[in-house]
Ligand binder design. Structure first.
Ligand code: SF4
Ligand code: SF4
Length: 161
């Protein structure tokens, strides 16, 4: 956020720690860990919204270790070598519903003959693979045995989208 704010000056910056959804790298966390992270994030959002309403200037970003190095060197390496949509594919249970296309924030998926195709502009946000109602999407061989994470499954029924 410090690097970002050099180009786009910000009054405040916040981060929220959310459950792992990057199932290409590792499986989802146990349910109790997911539930606790979401509960903490919901509490923090309340605090953040009050601070914003009071127009307080805050920097509350969980940078982790070696943040500068990760944001520069590791990020460059990730974008060059790991951020690929090529390993995505849809299994036969895909019914062509098109939800992956509609949900993709990068407009990186199109349907061809009723099946999704992935294009290079994928951000690797993991929305498509986690939210496919048929659990039809895989990423190479790494995701076949892994669970999917959907925030809505951990919200009270009246808050699910
Ligand atoms: S969301 Fe799943 S079932 Fe629907 S088109 Fe995409 S891959 Fe197929
Ligand atoms: S991982 Fe995210 S950005 Fe990439 S294709 Fe799927 S939904 Fe789109």
């Amino acid at each position: 956020m410090k690097i970002f704010s050099r180009s786009y000056p910000l009054d405040s910056s916040y981060s929220l720690v959310m459950p792992n959804n990057y199932i290409v790298g590792m499986d989802t966390e146990p349910n109790d860990v997911i539930t606790n992270k979401i509960a903490a994030a919901r509490k923090n959002i309340q605090i953040i919204s009050q601070e914003i309403l009071r127009r307080e200037k805050r920097y509350c970003v969980n940078e982790g270790t070696l943040a500068g190095l990760k944001s520069r060197v590791a990020n460059l390496g990730f974008n060059k070598f790991a951020r690929s949509a090529k390993p995505f594919f849809a299994q036969e249970q895909c019914n062509g519903c098109g939800l992956c296309v509609a949900h993709c924030p990068a407009s990186a998926i199109s349907l061809q003959d009723g099946k999704p195709l992935w294009n290079v502009q994928c951000y690797q946000c993991m929305c498509c693979i986690n939210t496919c109602p048929q659990q039809a999407i895989q990423y190479g061989k790494s995701t076949a045995e892994r669970r999917r994470y959907m925030l809505s499954e951990y919200l009270p029924p009246d808050e699910r989208a």
